[in-house]
Design a protein around this ligand. Sequence first.
Ligand SMILES: Cc1cc2nc3c(=O)[nH]c(=O)nc-3n(C[C@H](O)[C@H](O)[C@H](O)COP(=O)(O)OP(=O)(O)OC[C@H]3O[C@@H](n4cnc5c(N)ncnc54)[C@H](O)[C@@H]3O)c2cc1C
Length: 500
Amino acid sequence: MTLLPVRSIHVTDVARITPRMARVTFGGRDLADFTYDAPDQHVKLYFPKPGQTAPRLPAPEAGQDFMRWYEAYNAIPEQERPWMRSYTLRGHNRQRHTIDIDFVLHDDAGPATQWAQSAKPGDTVGMFGPSPTFARPVPLGTSIRAADWLLLAGDQTALPAMGTVIESLPNGHRAVAFIEVCDSAEEQRFETRGDVTVHWIHRGGVPAGQSDLLLNAVRDAQLPAGSVFAWVAGEAGTVRALRRHLVDECGVDKRSIDFSGYWRLKLTQDDDPTEEDFADAQELLAHAQDLAEATQEQPATAVPYTRSVFDDAYQSRSAPWVIGEPQPAIVDLERHDWIRGSVLDAGCGTGEHTILLARLGYDVRGIDYSKHAIEQARSNAAEHNVAARFEVADALDLGDEPKYDTVLDSALFHVFGPKERVQYVRSLHHACRPGALVHVLALSDTGPGYGPQISDTVIRAAFGEGWVLEELRESQYRGVVGSQGELGDLPAWLARVRRI
Ligand SMILES: Cc1cc2nc3c(=O)[nH]c(=O)nc-3n(C[C@H](O)[C@H](O)[C@H](O)COP(=O)(O)OP(=O)(O)OC[C@H]3O[C@@H](n4cnc5c(N)ncnc54)[C@H](O)[C@@H]3O)c2cc1C
């Protein structure tokens, strides 16, 4: 069983690399096996509360998922619960087993900045990550999303991330960076194989996050020709303005912009998300869906999976996925106690899973858009003498009442196109109670499937803000594989996603 990447790390060195930037080097036993090899990786740091020498953090347990650990963290009384802030991994020394994190020593210093201002060897903080949950790969080199050139724009908090990207550029890769800092004393040099131009923007006496200097610098620049991928981070309002400029005035495709509000003017990282933050999260989700669409290779023979295709398949009783028994992967979930509370069987088809769970005493409801499927499900339940509940209903519109603790999705998610997937995930979010689990069993693109197979990237991209992807693993989907009705197992993904 793997353990969550929760570590206790100790300061080994502190250097003021510029007047307003402290580079803190961390080491310690927990970093002995530490690896990371991609740019733009971030972590959550946990800072001790007054009177503590080390942050109080729950120890991760074998097999524990992030949400359970986070619940235990939140259960710590507030006066003892460590402050949590996001930072970028700026460097990693494999020989010494140390990592570097660069802290901007900003005005109006919050707990992280105050800690960094007085950090000294021996001081301890907690660290979560880097984790696939936070990973945001920048498309470079041979990546299918790579463009002719890369635009980087951000303030000093984004400088460490931009540094890691610039330093990992492939040979000759063109990049133009706009970096807003206080003054020339804050400028840094980067070693790179890329073909990089850095524009330093000096804020002077204007407080961070309160000027249009970065936006104007990008607006007024003569940018290279060719396709662009843009990476934008810093104060959330500035990031929004930059993104709007790139989309509305420069015509950059939204899918080619990675944007992230790293901090919010007059708000701490403990403050609740604003409406604008939620809108950004929604945008990012839609954007991830579009990316998944752009990167997903559709089989040449892909059938348009309209609703009538399914209704016809159920009516003619020719659906190769109707096997008259539950999927072994779903039976296994039940055996391992992953099904609880009020259960929705979304896209229940002819009802095998709903019937199984109703027979075992679960509070379960099966829904399907196809009335032919529901008619067959009801008659199957009657045949098995099980009082199971079935309804014709639309999984894309489950209503606003959060009433489910578990959702089973056996071969529904994979039939949706990118736009419907956004709608489906939103619909699930409304219908699930906080902490609810959604289990997705989807045909994998590594096998022949029946047409609607997907890659794991599609699942990862679909469940963004508001969800934690706790597990995504290879599994199998049982279906009719031979002309004489022989059953066989096809490669599938099994994902467990928690609604937060
Ligand atoms: C993915 C990610 C990666 C990040 N990487 C880095 C990094 O490598 N280095 C780094 O220094 N920061 C980084 N940040 C930004 C950092 O997390 C925030 O600046 C954080 O708010 C600092 O915490 P604090 O406790 O000092 O301030 P908070 O308690 O969060 O805020 C206190 C006050 O300070 C203001 N404030 C916060 N940050 C700034 C700032 N930069 N300038 C001016 N005022 C500010 C707030 O508006 C608030 O009024 C990153 C953020 C994210 C999301």
